[in-house]
Design a protein around this ligand. Structure first.
Ligand code: CTP
Length: 419
């Protein structure tokens, strides 16, 4: 299994990592320098923190810009938005805010803080603190680094937990023994980072993770937080390997009291192979979970997952269907996302019908409209729908091909109705 082997964690000073900020992305560098100058003007210090620092050191593009400031994040955010012509949204409960720049990119701003956990798996109490303390509250050594933005020390890395050493040794390591208990989302994160970067999980970290899994700490998370981790996993290019690892390590089983169906990994592999979008992969996983009323999913997601589970009854009839109209009748009630998933999963004789439905049948309409029916003397009412539906089936099955054909059929129907 990629990444899920324990590795002894004694540090070895073998870096090979770029020190400080590479000059490669000049635009980003200028932006960070400006943020540093704003902080200095306000008499404080700002830092790039967490994931972006890790990604920078790994030479990977980072989608985020996470900045921590040793003062009011509200004040800092307001001034940054003003300087850069952006908009600032502040969430007072978490002392965090987001500046949205004119090009729609974001800067997430937090107050440097410590966190204390009163109970396992609940959100922590936060208190303002200096940058070093802020780094000690974090999940893994690779995510516990900051890059100074102040003009005088720009680009210097603050790394009190030896994150650079662990990056160069390619290991995921927690900062303390209670990390997974305090915040069991870190179990998912641990697997995600290990697989994403092809790292191994350090021996003690792996033992702590397995203990937290055995004691089912992730089942204490709110359903929102647990499902969010699954959504994040689905958005990863290596989602198959991640789910494989999460199943092998019993993480999903211990979060939801769930037994993975045998079709899980082969199904997921097919979806990945067919380049399914993350939301479809999520729906597929959701359909295998014991979804309850407490699952915080949208109505459409629940409906699609239900439709996937109920498809067994339709499959045999679909395999026998010869006419497009019959295919349409069977597949029309199934939501489109579920059809897209089934098109990738089902055997050819079924999936070709599903693909036809998606590409052609579901877009087919009769040429006549309600206005034409009125012109033919039909009173508006439920009859309209019945007539238009029959026209649609006639068109799907090739019994009508033009507006004239439809008018003829319509007149026949109306004549038959009068008799
Ligand atoms: N963090 C943490 N514990 C968590 C979640 C986040 O300590 N349960 C800290 C880590 O320092 C992390 C930072 O908050 O780097 C930002 O979190 P997030 O944006 O979720 O993760 P990233 O590390 O940026 O990872 P990704 O590349 O997946 O966005």
């Amino acid at each position: 299994m990629p990444g899920i082997r324990g590795r002894p964690g004694s540090p070895r000073p073998d870096f090979g990592l770029p020190k400080g900020l590479p000059a490669s992305d000049a635009g980003q560098r200028q932006l960070l320098e400006r943020l540093g100058r704003v902080a200095t003007k306000l008499g404080t210090r700002a830092f790039l923190v967490g994931g972006p620092v890790r990604d920078l050191l790994l030479g990977r593009a980072s989608p985020d810009l996470d900045v921590a400031v040793e003062a009011s994040s509200r004040e800092f955010g307001k001034v940054v938005a003003l300087e850069l012509g952006g908009r600032f949204l502040f969430h007072s409960r978490f002392l965090t805010g987001t500046v949205t720049l004119p090009d729609s990119s974001h800067i997430d701003i937090t107050r440097t803080r410590t966190e204390s956990y009163t109970r396992p798996a609940v959100l922590p109490r936060v208190r303002p603190a200096h940058i070093r303390q802020d780094l000690f509250r974090r999940d893994f050594t690779m995510n516990a680094m900051a890059l100074e933005l102040a003009p005088r020390s720009f680009g210097r890395i603050i790394d009190p937990c030896n994150g650079q050493i662990d990056l160069s040794r390619r290991i995921v390591r927690v900062l303390h023994d209670r990390s997974f208990v305090d915040d069991p989302t870190r179990i998912f994160r641990c697997v995600r980072f290990a697989v994403r970067f092809g790292f191994e999980i350090e021996e003690r970290t792996l033992r702590l993770m397995r203990e937290a899994v055995a004691l089912r700490y992730a089942s204490l998370l709110t359903p929102e937080r647990a499902l969010w981790e699954l959504r994040l996993t689905c958005a990863e290019p290596l989602v198959l390997q991640m789910v494989e690892a999460l199943v092998k390590e019993n993480v999903l089983q211990s979060t939801w009291e769930w037994t993975p169906p045998e079709s899980l990994l082969p199904g997921l592999a097919r979806l990945v192979q067919s380049r399914a979008a993350p939301d479809l992969i999520f729906l597929f996983l959701l359909s295998t979970l014991p979804v309850t009323d407490r699952f915080p999913v949208r109505r459409e997601e629940r409906d699609a997952a239900d439709a996937l589970n109920a498809f067994g009854a339709t499959r045999a009839r679909l395999a026998r269907a010869c006419k497009p109209g019959a295919v349409y009748r069977l597949l029309h009630p199934i939501p489109e996302p579920a059809l897209k998933i089934l098109a990738a999963l089902e055997p050819v004789r079924v999936s070709r019908h599903i693909k036809d439905q998606l590409r052609v049948f579901s877009h087919t309409r009769p040429e006549l409209t309600g206005r034409d029916l009125r012109a033919l003397g039909v009173e508006p009412g439920p009859r309209y729908r019945a007539i238009l539906e029959r026209l649609l089936y006639a068109r799907l099955d090739g019994r009508v091909r033009s507006r004239e054909d439809e008018l003829r059929l319509c007149r026949r129907m109306l004549g038959a109705g009068k008799r």
